[in-house]
Design a protein around this ligand. Sequence first.
Ligand SMILES: [Mn+2]
Length: 231
Amino acid sequence: MKKIGITSGILERNRYGVYGGYAAAITELGHIPYIFSSATFESLSDPEVLDDIASEMVRSVDSIILPGGYDVQPFLYGEPDSPELQQVDPARDLFEIAAIKAARSQSKKILAICRGIQILNVALGGTLYQDLPSSGFANHSDIENEHTPSHKVGFNPGSKIAKYTNHADAVNTLHHQAIKDLAPGLEVTASSEDGIIEGVEAEDILAVQWHPERMWRGDRNHLGTFEWLVE
Ligand SMILES: [Mn+2]
């Protein structure tokens, strides 16, 4: 059985957690989920200590999931906050960037979902749209239909995401941000019809803007991203 680390974030009143569908997908496939806490890292004054902690956490597992969550702080990609920026989680930003660095240097797989694809892109040098509707795009936040498809995506032929989802090209959409400038080293492999980057990949990286953890119970094709992670 493989060990899979799942990062988590602040919920409310100093509670930390993560949506249950990620860990459930890992146990469904016969592997072991470990929830990684970022609870104390906001108060860490020494970035080297954070790097050491993240590095040891990543070393203790076979691969990691960067799940959905709050907005990434715009200063991390060199932009001022827009009025449409929603809640941020500074401790989690710091921890996940350190965890991404550690996973890359240890050649461990990263599955990044929703906020995950966004923090991954920022950690590797890319930027984000802080809010899609006010940036001229359609609304991609359909929380009423979190378990069922809301829009289509087009896959690059031969991509990991096309293969591992069995070309299941109708996805849910619970995001108001998305990748703007792609980070070096990432390839776009899925896009929506209105031009939003919905999937990127690289060696040991698979990242999607939708939420397979909320769809796989209704459509087993959406377990495929998790199957890639535990292979
Ligand atoms: Mn979308």
